[in-house]
Design a protein around this ligand. Structure first.
Ligand code: 1QQ
Length: 403
C-alpha cells in the first residue's frame, strides 16, 4: 500500500467514525431529520400534497408568541420540502389560522381545519386555554394535534391524539427556582398571577408547590384578571411583605406592566417569570427594569448543539431577527410532525398518531427529544437570566461577575 492510499484511507476512517453516515451527503452541515433517514426510508404512499394546519394566535394580546411560531413553521416547511423529506415530488403544505388569543375563535378555526380542510394534523393552538377549548375537536375526529407552546398541567389528558413538544411549567420551574435560590440565597417569595387563564394558574400552582418543597416562605399571593393594566395595589401589598423574590405567572402583555410598575414602586429584589415572560419582547419593553429577571425555558439562543446553531442561522437569514424559544419549538414541532408522516408513510390520523408517539431520541434544536408515554416532551430545560437585554444561561459565575 502506498502512502497516499493510507492517508486517504485514514481520512475516510476519521470521517466515518466522527460524522454519522447520513450527514456526509449534506455538505457536513447539521441537518434535521438525518437520524431517521435509515429507520424510515422515503415514503412511497403519500399524496402529492400533504396538508397540515397551524393554529396560532397571530393577533390579539398574545400575538407576540404566535407570530414567531408562524415564522418557525414556515422555515421548517421550506427545509422539509427542499430536502424532499416526504418523498420525491411530495410537498408539505400548511394552512395557517389565527386563534386571535380567543378561545371561541380557536374552536372555530380548529373545526375549519379538521372538518372542512380535513388536514392530516394540527400544530398549536398557542395558548393552553385555547388548547383546552379547541383540542377536543381534533381528538374527537382522530386528528393528531401537537401544542408547541402549551405549558399548563393536563394538556395531553384530553386524549391520545393530543401531544405537545413544549415542556410544561412543572418540568421547568422547579429546577429554575432551585438554581436561583442556591445562587441568590432566596428565603422568601411572593407570587402574582392571572386567576382566569389555564397557563397562569398552572404556573402559580407550580411556583407555590416548589416554594413549599424548597422551604421558601411565601409572604404574599396576589391575583389579577387578564387584560388588567394597573397592578399597583397588588404590588404594593407584595412589596410591603419584603420578599427576596417575586414570581410572575403572566402572559407577556401583563408581565411587562407588572415589571415596570414593580420598579416604579421601588422594588429591588429578584424577579422570576414563567413561560409567558420567555419572549425577547418582554425584555425590550421593560429595559433596565427587567435586568436580572430569571426565566426557565425549553431552549436558549446560546445553545451550542449543531441543529440549534443551524436553525438560528437559517431563521436569522430568513427573517432578519433572532429566534426565541417559541420559534424554536414551532420549528421543531413542524419537523416532528413531518417525521411522523414520513415514518407512517400515510396521512391516516391513527397511523400518524402512532408514529408520533414512537419518536424517541430524535435530534432537534431543543436537544435530544422524545415523547413520554403521556405524549409529553422529554428533553432538558435551561434556566436563563436577562443580561443587558438578552436571555443568557444562568450560572453562579455570571451572577458573581455582575456583583
Ligand atoms: C401557555 C403558555 C403561554 C405562555 C404560551 C405562549 O405557555 O398558554 O401554555
Amino acid at each position: 500500500m502506498n502512502k497516499l492510499f493510507l492517508r486517504v484511507l485514514s481520512a475516510m476512517l476519521v470521517l466515518v467514525l466522527v460524522v454519522p453516515g447520513s450527514l456526509l451527503a449534506q455538505d457536513e452541515m447539521a441537518q434535521m431529520g438525518d437520524d431517521i433517514v435509515e429507520a424510515c426510508p422515503a415514503p412511497q404512499n403519500l399524496p402529492d400534497t400533504v396538508t397540515i394546519g397551524a393554529l396560532f394566535t397571530l393577533s390579539g394580546g398574545a400575538s407576540v408568541f404566535g407570530q414567531v411560531q408562524q415564522l418557525g413553521v414556515e422555515l421548517a416547511v421550506e427545509e422539509i420540502n427542499a430536502a424532499e423529506y416526504l418523498g420525491q415530488g411530495r410537498v408539505l403544505e400548511v394552512i395557517f389560522e389565527d386563534s386571535a388569543s380567543d378561545n371561541t375563535q380557536a374552536i372555530n378555526a380548529m373545526v375549519k381545519l379538521v372538518e372542512e380542510d380535513r388536514v392530516t394534523a394540527v400544530l398549536g393552538p398557542t395558548l393552553s386555554r385555547e388548547a383546552f377549548s379547541a383540542d377536543p375537536v381534533a381528538q374527537d375526529a382522530g386528528t393528531p394535534v401537537m401544542g408547541v407552546s402549551n405549558t399548563a398541567t393536563g394538556i395531553t389528558d384530553m386524549g391520545e391524539f393530543v401531544f405537545r413538544n413544549s415542556l410544561p411549567e412543572s418540568a421547568v420551574i422547579p429546577g429554575t427556582v432551585a438554581q436561583a435560590a442556591e445562587i441568590l440565597g432566596i428565603n422568601s417569595a411572593a407570587i402574582i398571577y392571572a386567576n382566569d387563564d389555564d397557563f397562569t394558574v398552572s404556573g402559580f400552582d407550580v411556583f407555590e408547590q416548589t416554594f413549599a418543597d424548597l422551604g421558601i416562605e411565601v409572604v404574599g399571593v396576589e391575583t389579577y384578571a387578564t387584560g388588567d393594566v394597573d397592578f399597583n395595589t397588588q404590588l404594593t401589598n407584595i412589596i410591603s411583605a419584603n420578599p427576596d423574590l417575586i414570581a410572575i405567572s403572566a402572559l407577556a402583555v401583563e408581565a411587562v406592566q407588572i415589571i415596570l410598575q414593580a420598579q416604579s414602586l421601588g422594588y429591588e429584589g429578584a424577579l422570576m417569570g414563567g413561560n409567558g415572560l420567555n419572549s425577547p419582547a418582554v425584555l425590550e419593553q421593560t429595559g433596565d427594569a427587567s435586568e436580572g429577571l430569571i426565566v426557565g425555558a425549553a431552549w436558549n439562543v446560546a445553545a451550542d448543539n449543531p441543529l440549534s446553531v443551524a436553525f438560528i442561522d437559517a431563521y436569522e437569514a430568513a427573517n432578519d431577527l433572532l429566534p426565541d424559544q417559541f420559534a424554536a419549538q414551532a420549528y421543531t414541532g413542524a419537523w416532528l410532525m413531518a417525521t411522523a408522516i414520513r415514518c407512517a408513510d400515510s396521512v391516516d390520523g391513527a397511523a400518524v398518531r402512532d408514529a408520533l408517539a414512537g419518536i424517541t431520541d430524535f435530534d432537534t434544536p431543543l436537544g435530544l427529544f422524545s415523547f413520554d408515554e403521556d405524549r409529553n416532551p422529554v428533553h432538558d430545560p435551561v434556566a436563563q437570566v436577562n443580561r443587558g437585554g438578552a436571555f443568557a444561561v444562568l450560572t453562579a459565575e455570571m451572577m458573581d461577575d455582575e456583583g
